[in-house]
Design a protein around this ligand. Structure first.
Ligand code: E4P
Length: 230
């Protein structure tokens, strides 16, 4: 499963990317607005940080012409941008035109399997079911994810399923077990994936024991190139 960071914060993106396991980012108007910077400039900086990774940037128009205009403009900024379009009839209409032009579209705010079926038929590159927001209203977001994957597999739709609105590590594990193509994670959740108390305790023990016997153990020799890089 690819891992995207669900953030527009450049420091978070930098930190995440430096760990070597981030394949891209998702943004939305709320996340971008928090950064209080010109949209184009900000998205291009994000593209420079994620390098070969994907940057998802969202339109704010809700009529077909507006969506088409914004999507074409945003897509022209950088080859790694995928344009996010909301799951509304106008969005699906625009998607069916944009997909024929070769513009990669992520359909966002997907909350049902029927919506996901429509966007796959219209040629979406990504579909973004929002798991956490369904959980928030006492529905099970993971059931929606399973249904979408089952439908897409049944018809070999090439649309990649991007599990969004993930809130906790169980969402990540279950999405990965089901074979979601991508999971997008808030930075805090991404950090949580690294930690386990037994890892910390175990490492403390190993290092403490090594320290006690350091005199006899000596030092581990490092290759010259590695030493120079430090
Ligand atoms: C995905 O692209 C969305 O930005 C995101 O996952 C929404 O998550 P939220 O429900 O935590 O706002």
């Amino acid at each position: 499963m690819k891992i995207f960071l669900d953030t527009a914060n450049l420091d978070e993106i930098r930190q995440g990317v430096s760990l070597g396991v981030v394949d891209g980012i998702t943004t939305n108007p709320t996340l971008v607005a928090k950064e209080k910077r010109p949209f184009r400039e900000h998205i291009l900086e994000a593209c420079a940080i994620v390098k070969d990774g994907v940057v998802n940037a969202e339109v704010v128009s809700t009529d077909v012409d507006g969506i088409l205009g914004e999507a074409r403009e945003i897509a022209s900024w950088h080859p790694n941008i995928v344009v996010k379009i909301p799951m509304i009839p106008e969005g699906v209409r625009a998607l069916s035109i944009l997909s024929k032009e070769g513009i990669r579209v992520n359909v966002t705010l997907v909350f049902s399997a029927t919506q996901a079926l429509l966007v796959a038929k219209a040629g979406a590159y990504f579909v973004s079911p929002f798991l956490g927001r369904l959980d928030d209203i006492s529905e099970n977001g993971l059931i929606l994810l399973r249904d979408i994957l089952e439908i897409y597999r049944a018809y070999n739709f090439p649309t990649q399923v991007l599990a969004a609105s993930l809130r906790h590590p169980v969402h990540v594990v279950e999405a990965a077990k089901m074979g979601a193509h991508i999971g997008t994670l808030p930075f805090k959740l991404f950090q949580q994936l690294f930690h386990h108390p037994l890892t910390d305790k175990g490492l403390q023990g190993f290092l403490g024991d090594w320290e006690k016997a350091r005199d006899v153990l000596g030092v581990i020799r490092q290759p010259a190139a590695q030493k120079a890089a430090r």
